[in-house]
Design a protein around this ligand. Structure first.
Ligand code: SF4
Ligand code: SF4
Length: 634
């Protein structure tokens, strides 16, 4: 792959050279190999337009809307593209919800005293339970168990039984709008069944109906999966608060036993940090010749962890997002890679063999060809499982250190991580007023929630995301970043105080006054729900203005997988201007494109924008924000 197409980050470009030297199969070359006609980004035009289907034995079919060429069953290109999008949405929703189920199991087992964890945020437990209308009398254990029962009951409501969680957490104005459209959701499982069943051959072939089903699934996911998940993880592990964190591949020191929890679920990662902080485990590492034992936060599991826990010499730092996975593994510094439910690549076993680390799935969702090690997470056994993983890592150290030449001297930076609604309020002195005043008087023009992944389409890793974020802050727009894109922001230095230099005068002044960076690290893609809750709080503080009237927008400059697609659909249902890149596979479906880009505005108030150029993308966001400011009279 052309060197300019590797990554925003020097560390990754350095490791790519090693990967090439070692002749390893890698994501950059695989991406290029998928291209047609020597163009890495060129793929089959039907697939890129979303008008290709292989759901039944009469296919694969290709559609052309202009010629009214339909699938054998008669579905149009618009129907095909939206049906495939809805199936992606179901996968994303399901995976989010798998994580949420594990969190509820963990909270329940913790309330019974059967895990190595404690309920850390008793006040949040009570306040969140109260918001949901749950009885808050009695002990933390009793309240936590009631919360688990309440959430699980809601998840299992049928699609025609309105969700109590959505009812308790969404704004009245949004609830009214969703009811009017018939997209107020039932429980997660009912919604996933409704959507999946609708996608069967010869069931729902109407793109508008499929799009509305996607929205109700998106609403269910944001409130039932994401908010319940993140707030229960806060209750267990702590509310994110701003603190410094080491980031980039310089966090990897080959002389330590390095354990990398990877994926999205932080349970075993936290259990391992708790153990590794004990002197006996440091002694075990030293006994095999290492300087010590470190847990290195990685990808979204790492993001879940670093937003809540402070670094020290054991919980040492954060590497980056999923695209740099092979670079991390090729560093020659890894002893154990614990793979939970998200973002572990099928190619990892080759890297484990070459660079001598143990690759261990820790979720029943994850499997690798040729890997027989497995420690499926069970909350009640978390302590013993964490010890088993640490022991495997310690036992690996000598062989790895003897056999693999490590790459050292990689860049190391500091980022400020750990912003949340609570910590933003705290930084503002207990009220949103200083932020709202800055919006009202124009010091900052608006706020963008950057919820993104990282992809190689059109640019190298994080290149487009960083370009969009820099352009936003230059134009005095505060950015809250989430997801793998947030990892990109941290490693690129935009979550550091020094990044104020890139900000426009108003934003720079505000950041200096509040002592915050211009890009606030707001967690993972699962924190999309948390962001919706913050947006609702802002709408309320401004006098219950509709969310659609706020000078805010959502941006996904490098969306990648199926979880991201359900976030974008939810943003539209929430009524937000939503910038998405790369261009999703819908361009062969002109009526669907018109629905998403134009008509949805009159339906939910949201609007999709697609644009590959960073400056033009921000032009669109700014125009939207200025229009909203005008409407609010500010
Ligand atoms: S479901 Fe319809 S479009 Fe899809 S493969 Fe079957 S006949 Fe073709
Ligand atoms: S959905 Fe995107 S941001 Fe979230 S874990 Fe997957 S790649 Fe990362």
């Amino acid at each position: 792959m052309d060197e300019t197409r590797i990554s925003q980050h020097d560390s990754v470009c350095t490791l790519y050279k090693r990967i090439k030297k070692d002749n390893m199969n890698n994501i950059w070359d695989r991406y290029e190999a998928q291209g047609l006609g020597g163009k890495p980004d060129q793929r089959c035009p039907f697939c890129m337009g979303g008008v290709r289907c292989d759901l039944c034995s009469n296919g694969p079919c290709r559609a052309d809307v202009a010629k009214d060429k339909r699938g054998v069953c008669g579905i149009t290109g618009d129907g095909m593209a939206m049906r495939m999008m809805l199936l992606r949405n179901v996968m994303g929703a399901s995976t989010y919800h798998y994580h949420t189920e594990q969190t509820i199991k963990t909270l329940r087992a913790t309330a019974h005293g059967k895990t190595p964890f404690k309920i850390k945020e008793s006040r949040k437990l009570k306040s969140f339970a109260a918001r949901l209308g749950i009885d808050t009398t009695g002990t933390d254990k009793e309240i936590a168990l009631r919360l688990c029962d309440y959430a699980e009951k809601d998840f299992h409501r049928k699609d025609d039984e309105p969700s109590l969680i959505v009812d308790a957490l969404a704004t009245q104005e949004r609830k009214d709008a969703w009811k009017k459209l018939g997209i107020f959701p039932g429980g997660m499982y009912g919604e996933m069944m409704l959507s999946t069943s609708s996608c069967l051959t010869n069931v729902d072939g109407y793109y508008v109906s499929l799009a509305l089903k996607a929205m109700r699934l998106g609403i269910a996911t944001a409130y039932q999966s994401q908010i319940i998940n993140e707030y229960c993880q806060d209750i267990l592990y702590g509310i994110p608060k701003p603190h410094e964190m080491r980031v980039d591949l310089g966090v990897l020191d080959p002389d330590y036993v390095n354990v990398l929890p990877n994926g999205h679920e932080p349970f075993l990662g936290f259990a391992m940090v708790q153990l590794a902080r004990k002197p006996e485990w440091q002694k075990k590492a030293k006994a095999v010749g290492a300087k010590g034992l470190r847990i290195i936060a990685n990808i979204e599991t790492g993001q879940e962890m670093i937003q809540r826990w402070n670094m020290d010499d054991v919980f040492y730092g954060f590497t980056g997002n999923w695209i740099m996975q092979e670079a991390i593994l090729a560093s020659g510094c890894i002893d154990l890679f614990a793979a939970d439910m998200n973002c572990s690549m099928p190619v990892d076993p080759m890297y484990a063999e070459k660079y001598k680390f143990r690759l261990v799935p820790v979720s029943e969702l994850v499997a690798f060809e040729g890997v027989t090690d497995r420690v499926n997470y069970l909350p009640e056994q978390a302590d013993a499982q964490a010890a088993q993983l640490l022991q495997m890592a310690v036992d690996n150290f000598k062989e790895r250190r003897a056999a693999v030449e490590p790459v050292t001297g990689l860049p190391l930076k500091n980022a400020i991580v750990g912003f949340s609604t609570e910590s933003i309020l705290e930084a503002l002195g207990g009220t949103l007023d200083p932020l709202l005043d800055a919006v009202k008087d124009g010091t900052i023009r608006g706020i963008v929630g950057l919820v993104s992944c990282s992809t190689l389409r059109d640019t190298g890793q994080d290149v487009h995301s960083v370009a969009v974020a820099k352009e936003l802050i230059k134009r005095n727009i505060l950015v809250l970043s989430m997801g793998c894109g947030n990892g990109g922001m941290q490693v690129a230095g935009l979550c550091s105080p020094e990044a104020r230099e890139y900000a426009g005068t108003g934003l720079k002044g505000l950041c200096e006054k509040l002592n915050v960076p211009p890009v606030l690290s707001f967690g993972t893609c699962t924190d999309t729900g948390r962001l919706a809750d913050l947006v609702a709080a802002v709408a309320h503080a401004l006098g219950d203005v509709p969310i659609t009237d706020l000078p805010v927008a959502a941006a996904a400059p490098e969306y990648m997988e199926q979880k991201a697609t359900i976030d974008a659909i939810f943003a539209l249902a929430l009524g937000l201007y939503t910038y998405v890149n790369p261009v999703p596979p819908v361009t062969g479906a002109p009526n669907l494109v018109k629905l998403l880009l134009e008509d949805v505005k009159g339906v939910t108030g949201g609007k999709l924008d697609v644009e590959t150029d960073a400056v033009k993308a921000v032009d669109g966001i700014v125009a939207h924000i200025e229009e909203k400011r005008k409407k609010l009279g500010i």
